[in-house]
Ligand binder design. Structure first.
Ligand code: ZN
Length: 474
């Protein structure tokens, strides 16, 4: 390639040449990618380089508009920056007075920080900071600290903001949360317009379930709390949910129930985003207040996704029931808690074959359980990883494909911008709404405009399938 050709590509701001060469400008002392949006310099002042190192050796520094240094660092550098930043804020959120402080710690601009958190964390830096502060305050309150001290310790400047954000994310006031110590019941305040019917539908997907029982206004679910079988009984009434815990401590039960009811996520941003939307506007309008119920902990979502791969929900529900009946831990209520990864890791393919698992499904489920139980796949820390990094780790497990990753992100971790594009229920729901059944590529296209809220958009489409429809259950 001649310098004349390079200069032409630079003049044309042709992004196809990014990575092929760098353009140095001796008059300004900076070097750029061919696609840099900045004004073009005089040809006489332009030099070409193959690498950022060559450009630096000539005394040039990277341009702050096109960031050629970032381009050459590659994707993993950003994943790492995101994860380091998250860990830093999580360790002591009070050190970060606001978003600018996070940007300064990461060494990037406000715009770059927004991009970093949207791509790798599926949330804004502000939402992340609010979430982490509340989680930090929860831990302080669990140690017996007074609410005012916990607020300060977590970095809240005003007690009103602390009270409000704590209540929004946990359904409890800080004072009520502190009282969970030694308690066996609590009452959650539900957000305005909360749709508990859909939540009951979800937990009632298996009428013969050995793990859950659903009544007109009530759910009973056995689950593991700190490794022991316990049961939560959730009764909906007005704008509250009363919870009774049988076994296990109430702090753990509270965290599980907040996840199960999808309380720790804000639906209003998505609802505003969709208000005039031609495709989903009407559906979202009818289902206003819908939240995504998550599994009590991520492993249950991973197990359910693997069980559900390639088969109907009806068939998956039966396999899940058989698995829980055979390997789940009994609770004195007669219900059984979903088996832990450790429980499943101890079983063998023959046992699962007798429960009517196919050989490959049995192998995949056991492989995933072993990876989790053995510590190679740390689900407990995964929400703090870059979503891209987390996806690679999940896909290292045999039998886990792109659909499973997106499903687990959505149901097990609460990542907000997931799209299980090949999902049959999603395609059928979109067919009902739009009139024709889209292929996976068309689903990607149709759903693109709901970024960064594609998880909730997907869930609205699922929920729009009428009750009793087999796929509604997923
Ligand atoms: Zn530039």
């Amino acid at each position: 390639m001649t310098d004349e050709r390079r200069f032409q590509a630079f003049e044309a701001r042709d992004a196809a040449y990014n990575g092929k060469f760098l353009t140095g400008v001796v008059s300004t002392g900076i070097y750029c990618l061919p696609s840099c949006p900045a004004r073009r310099p005089n040809r006489d002042n332009v030099r070409f380089f193959r690498t950022p190192e060559e450009a630096s050796k000539s005394g040039l520094r990277p341009c702050r508009r096109c960031h050629p240094d970032w381009f050459y660092r590659g994707e993993e550098w950003y994943e790492n920056l995101y994860e380091r930043t998250v860990a830093c804020v999580r360790k002591d959120p009070a050190v970060f007075a606001g978003i600018s402080a996070i940007g300064a710690a990461a060494g990037i601009s406000r715009t770059a920080l927004n991009d970093l958190f949207r791509v790798h964390g599926h949330e804004s830096p502000a939402a992340f900071l609010r979430r982490v502060r509340v989680e930090y305050a929860c831990r302080l309150l669990q140690t017996g600290m007074k609410p005012a001290d916990a607020a300060a310790g977590a970095g809240f400047e005003a007690s009103s903001a602390f009270h409000h954000q704590f209540l929004v994310r946990t359904g409890l006031t800080p004072k009520a949360y502190a009282k969970l110590r030694g308690a066996d019941r609590f009452t959650l305040r539900l957000p305005a317009g909360y749709r508990f019917r859909e939540v009951l539908d979800f937990y009632g997907r298996d009428l013969e379930s050995v793990s859950e029982q659903v009544f007109p206004d009530e759910i009973k679910k056995a689950l593991l709390l700190d490794g022991r079988a316990a049961m939560v009984e959730i009764v909906f009434g007005g704008s509250a949910a009363s919870v009774v815990v049988d076994g296990g401590n109430a702090f753990d039960a509270h965290r599980a129930v907040v996840r199960m009811l999808g309380l720790d996520a804000d639906a209003s941003g998505f609802e505003r985003h969709c208000a005039d939307d031609a495709l989903l506007g009407a559906v979202v309008g009818r289902q206003r207040g819908l939240r995504i119920p998550m599994t009590p902990e991520p492993w249950e979502a991973l197990a359910w996704a693997i069980i559900g791969q390639q088969i109907s929900v009806k068939a998956a529900v039966v396999l899940r029931r058989e698995l829980i009946a055979a390997l789940g831990r009994p609770h004195r209520s007669g219900l059984r808690a979903h088996p832990s990864a450790e429980d499943v890791a101890k079983t063998d393919v023959g046992t699962l074959r007798r429960l009517k698992f196919s050989r490959s499904k049995a192998e995949y489920l056991i492989a995933a359980a072993k990876a989790v139980a053995g510590g190679e796949l740390d689900l407990s820390g995964m929400r703090d990883l870059s979503a891209k990094h987390a996806a690679r780790l999940l896909r290292n497990v045999r039998g886990v494909g792109p659909w499973t990753v997106q499903y687990v992100f959505l149901r097990g971790f609460g990542f907000a911008d997931c799209l299980p594009a090949g999902d049959a229920g999603l395609a059928r729901g979109l067919e009902r709404i739009a009139g024709t059944r889209p292929e996976a590529a068309a689903v990607q296209q149709m759903m693109a405009r709901y970024a960064p809220y594609r998880s909730l958009a997907t869930y609205h489409v699922w929920a729009s399938l009428k009750q009793g429809d087999e796929r509604n259950a997923f």
